[in-house]
Design a binder for this molecule. Structure first.
Ligand SMILES: [Zn+2]
Length: 200
């Protein structure tokens, strides 16, 4: 799997914070604002800082969170399900927020991973420009590969502000995506149990 990080490294390394601030200053003018008025003087700087946080996932490799696994689980071999992991991402078409939750499950082969690490993987991929479909698949494939799991299931349920605040303006619309690998894909009884767990 290709990480966005690698594709973009050469493109973004030459752009300084100062240049990004200048660009935001231009956008302020473009919307009809006066970037020299007091309330906006520091805004480009603050927006650059905020963007660094929204998009910090480009600088992170989710696999490092999955390096450390534990073999001492007394033979636990059923699925591990983590529900309602908050997702705050941005759509790549409008750079508008995607807000929702992710549910992640995996079936360990012989090793398990620290529970917070599942949420970490969700976090890294969320902090990039995304489509919900790709986000769902990237989380699943990374967990499957790094944990050498028997199966992985990932679901995301979210609202896209590009749909609620602009365009078609459907405030109540939520989007659900699911992606199954291994045992979750091959054995519907696993898939059904997983779906029952996340429905609660
Ligand atoms: Zn969008």
């Amino acid at each position: 799997m290709k990480l966005v990080k690698n594709e973009n490294e050469e493109i973004n390394q030459n752009i300084s914070d100062k240049e990004a601030e200048e660009a935001f200053k231009k956008i302020l003018q473009w919307i009809g604002e006066d970037p020299t008025r007091e309330g906006l003087l520091e805004t480009p700087k603050r927006v650059v800082k905020a963007f660094k946080e929204y998009f910090k996932g480009y600088k992170e490799d989710p696999k490092i969170f999955l390096d450390k696994t534990f073999g001492d689980v007394n033979g636990y071999d059923d699925m591990v399900v983590q529900k309602n992991i908050s997702v705050q991402s941005h759509c790549e078409h409008h750079m508008a927020p995607i807000i929702g939750v992710a549910h992640v499950a995996y079936i360990p082969k012989d090793r398990v991973v620290g529970l917070s690490k599942l949420a970490r993987v969700v976090e890294v991929f969320s902090k990039r420009l995304q489509t919900q479909e790709r986000l769902t698949m990237q989380i699943a494939e990374t967990l499957m590969e790094s944990l050498d799991a028997k199966g992985v299931a990932v679901s995301i349920d979210s609202t896209h502000q590009c749909m609620t605040m602009r365009g078609i303006k459907k405030e109540q619309a939520t989007t659900v995506t699911n992606y199954y690998l291994g045992q979750f894909k091959e054995d519907l009884s696993y898939q059904n149990r997983y779906l029952r767990f996340i429905a609660k």
